[in-house]
Design a protein around this ligand. Structure first.
Ligand code: PLP
Length: 255
């Protein structure tokens, strides 16, 4: 039996709410097999992160080389980057594989901790975004990447025009009754999705969504279909969230 592989390049969160575990579970629940390259270890729980320990670029390079000499991914999901030195290796991997790429620009933990320094975030935007299919910043990340944006659809437009990739700005972290996500495509067209908010505070919702989109792209779905189906999956996972610790709830990804 063969199902599509998704190459997940992301950080490890020991609580299992976000990062690599979220990616593996979300990919599996959406009919794909995750191949995991860990960029960083974090000291973290369901309340907040306290430290990010980046994997050395040479170690990351060896992991990628050995893995990709054997396994063929049908899509790539990029989450937390450990350091600026990892970016050229990831760009090289994208160029070599020529498959759809979802990049979730993880800048800050929901608990408030900074996960990526401003200078590295700027380098991510300049050097990596132009090589990906879609980026999926949440509202806070979009505002940090384009501080002058008038609103979220404008942030999606500005980011898309700058990088030439599709941009999905997600509104799950906003204090609105409805969750609204905004998609800007490279051809200038836009689309949005809106639904009632699932009550509660969640840890790892963004990772779960971006991996589900990557899994669905790996299965051959068009981008807008992949986003719509991934959103529906996340909605179910949030409605059946797990109380893993004393902080935010973790999506019930196999519920
Ligand atoms: N830690 C890692 C490794 C992540 O990839 C993410 C993803 O966004 C987070 C923490 C933050 O997750 P949240 O904002 O849901 O707390």
């Amino acid at each position: 039996m063969q199902i599509p592989n998704v190459l997940c390049i992301s950080g490890f969160d020991p609580s299992g709410g976000a990062g690599m575990q979220a990616d593996i579970e979300s990919c599996a629940a959406n009919g794909t097999h995750a191949l995991g390259i860990v960029t960083a270890l974090t000291a973290q729980n369901t309340r907040n992160a306290v430290r990010v320990e980046a994997v050395a670029p040479a170690a990351l390079e060896e992991q990628l080389d050995v893995l990709l000499a054997d396994c063929r991914p049908a899509a790539i999901k990029i989450g937390l980057i450990g350091s600026a030195g990892q970016i050229p290796l990831i760009v090289r991997t994208i160029r070599a594989l020529q498959v759809p790429v979802v990049c979730d620009p993880v800048l800050r933990a929901g608990g408030g901790a900074t996960l990526l320094a401003d200078a590295t975030a700027a380098q991510l935007a300049a050097d990596l975004f132009p090589h990906v299919t879609v980026i999926t910043p949440n509202a806070a990340e979009a505002r940090r990447l384009v501080p002058a944006a008038a609103n979220l659809p404008d942030a999606a437009r500005q980011l898309g025009e700058r990088a030439g990739c599709a941009v999905l700005v997600t509104g799950g972290d906003e204090a609105t009754a409805q969750v609204e996500d905004w998609l800007h495509l490279p051809n200038g067209s836009t689309r949005s999705w809106r639904e009632p908010r699932v009550a509660g505070h969640f840890h790892g919702a963004g990772c779960t969504l971006s991996s589900a989109i990557a899994a669905r792209l790996a299965r051959g779905e068009a981008l807008a279909d992949a986003i719509g189906n991934a959103r529906a999956y996340v909605h179910t996972a949030l409605s059946r969230a797990l109380q893993v610790g004393g902080g935010r709830l973790v999506p019930g990804r196999f519920a």
